[in-house]
Design a protein around this ligand. Structure first.
Ligand code: ACO
Length: 505
């Protein structure tokens, strides 16, 4: 076993000892090596752990802590990571800030002048923080979700959706006066330009409402060209009002178009979700009166879906927003990302799966099929990239279900879902992989009981998530560290090749 391999093995083995001991072991090994051969990159600015490391080729004199470590004494803890590049034998001191190192601090690790520098390979961003955020906190192991510091359970119990939208966007819960103004601003932007209606008329009647939503929200950018002025606070705020206000109208119009029903215009007397239910389901009555239990249930479902930090669609929103395009185009892109069955499209897929299973007694066979599919066939509505304990939103949704079913009657698919959850949670395959019901496992069953067709489920998600996308977009624009998003790649394709003209191939 060569030296570098042995050292790596030691580092891995010491991992089992956990935090402090591991750090000391790694530091000690590095320091011993430092005494013998090191060219160290200086820690940018002494004890100032927030200062970024600067690339340097200067030889760093060994400091006191190196000598103590080399003498066998534990080193003083520091906010840095000592990395030894076994390709060159050089060690580097890299600052640790907020539990992370900067990927750019690895770039100076080179094998020679032609080397581009060390990169981090992280497909699907499993362990890469792409931003600093103050909006949503998730602890996936403990099943915690907070918006701006407030537990999701408290917000779902005590707030209206627009109150939570304000919190996400402005960072604080609104005062009564602030809330009234906010509700007024949103209510007065709910109408759509008549030409947008005509634009929507152009879709086939069997067009998926999510496809209509993606296209229509993108088309809004042509109606509000001033939205391009993203650096103007007042302009940004106006687009936020428009987007939060108009998404339910677009969603409802998409549905009514698919049913061949006349569009129902917004009713400013109704609250956000009540108005949406009206635009969806109003028939010939002069005044639509939403069922308060259903309107409240929808409000809570919207609160639960309002933001979820750096998920696929939010990352899309930030990625697109980073090119400084207008927010309507960026939201269209984010909504397109949400459309996929592994993300917001999962609630629709759950319903299809439950229909496919058909009855409670067929659940065990279905679970077996999923296991034997080895990832090919999935239990939709199960599993989450971040939650490895339970999804706190799923727990809240389960509670709402009973209230909704009291009004609508019990959804026959609920029994299949409950049985599926019961069996899966006892099954080794799911337990070992920490697969629990996520937010989408029960939301579809509730939406269906409320009268929403399956194809509208992801659209409902998009309405709620719009305020999260907007909050994250603003945060991105105001973050001086952000630039246009541009990941690197590891190129493994052919080297330089000689071109052969078409006739000679
Ligand atoms: N059913 C069966 N097996 C699953 C499931 C599932 N729902 N989810 C993950 N697994 C298995 C995988 O096959 C893999 O098994 P392996 O280790 O034997 O290869 C293991 O669990 C880990 O799975 P990954 O795909 O690596 O997990 P990842 O974190 O990348 O995926 C995701 C998370 C996409 C949510 C996944 O669990 C999934 O596809 N779930 C079903 C779709 C779904 O419900 N999406 C909604 C998510 S919530 C939201 O977006 C609002």
């Amino acid at each position: 076993m060569w030296e570098g391999e042995r050292r790596n093995k030691v580092s891995r083995e010491t991992d089992v000892h956990g935090g402090a001991e591991r750090d000391r072991t790694v530091d000690l090994l590095s320091a011993i090596q430092a005494l013998s051969q090191t060219e160290l990159q200086p820690h940018g600015g002494g004890d100032d752990s927030t200062a970024p490391a600067r690339p340097s080729t200067a030889r760093r004199p060994l400091d006191r802590s190196d000598r103590i470590a080399a003498g066998g004494q534990p080193m003083e803890p520091r906010d840095s990571l000592t990395v030894t590049d076994n390709r060159t034998g050089k060690s580097y001191d890299i600052p640790v800030e907020n539990g992370a190192i900067r990927a750019m601090d690895l770039r100076p690790l080179k094998t020679g002048p032609d080397d581009f520098g060390l990169m981090v390979y992280d497909p699907a961003f499993l362990n890469t923080a792409a931003c600093k955020s103050r909006i949503t906190f998730i602890d996936g192991e403990k099943g915690i979700l907070r918006y701006r510091g407030y537990p999701i359970e408290d917000l779902a119990e005590h707030c209206e959706f627009l109150e939570v939208a304000y919190l996400l966007l402005y960072g604080e819960l609104p005062s009564r006066a602030q809330y009234e103004k906010w509700v007024h601003d949103i209510t007065f932007h709910t109408m759509l330009h008549e030409s947008i209606k005509k634009f929507m008329d152009g879709f086939n009647s069997d067009a998926h409402p999510m496809g209509i939503l993606v296209a229509t929200v993108g088309a809004l950018s042509t109606f509000y060209p001033e939205a391009r002025n993203i650096h103007d606070l007042a302009v940004r705020e106006q687009q936020i009002h428009r987007l939060v206000a108009k998404m339910p109208t677009i969603a409802a119009f998409a549905y009514r178009h698919s049913r061949g029903l006349p569009y129902a215009y917004p009713d400013n007397d109704l609250a956000y979700t009540g108005n949406f239910l009206g635009m969806m389901f109003k028939m010939t009555e002069l005044k639509y009166a939403p069922n308060p239990t259903l309107a409240r249930a929808l409000d809570i479902l919207f609160i639960l879906h309002a933001d979820h930090e750096q998920n696929c669609s939010t990352s899309a929103m930030r990625g697109i927003g980073s090119s400084h395009t207008d927010p309507f185009s960026a939201v269209a892109g984010a909504a397109a990302a949400l459309y996929g069955p592994l993300h917001g499209g999962a609630n629709e897929a759950v319903l299809r799966m439950l229909e496919e299973i058909g009855s409670k007694d067929r659940v065990p066979a279905f679970v077996k099929e999923v296991q034997q599919g080895h990832g090919e066939k999935r239990l939709m509505g199960f599993g989450h990239r971040v939650y490895k304990n339970y999804d706190p939103r799923a727990r809240i949704i389960k509670k709402i279900a009973d209230q909704v079913f009291e009004v609508t009657g019990r959804n026959r698919l609920l029994d299949i879902a409950l049985e599926l959850e019961r069996i899966a949670l006892q099954d080794d395959y799911f337990v070992k992989r920490k697969l629990y019901p996520n937010v989408d496992f029960y939301s579809g069953i509730i939406y269906q009981a409320m009268g929403f067709p399956t194809s509208m489920f992801t659209v409902l998600f998009a309405i709620a998530r719009t305020c999260g996308w907007m909050a994250q977009w603003e945060e991105l624009l105001l973050d001086p560290e952000q630039k246009i998003a541009r990941p690197r790649q590891i190129y493994l394709g052919p080297e330089d090749r000689r071109f052969v003209p078409l006739g000679k191939r």
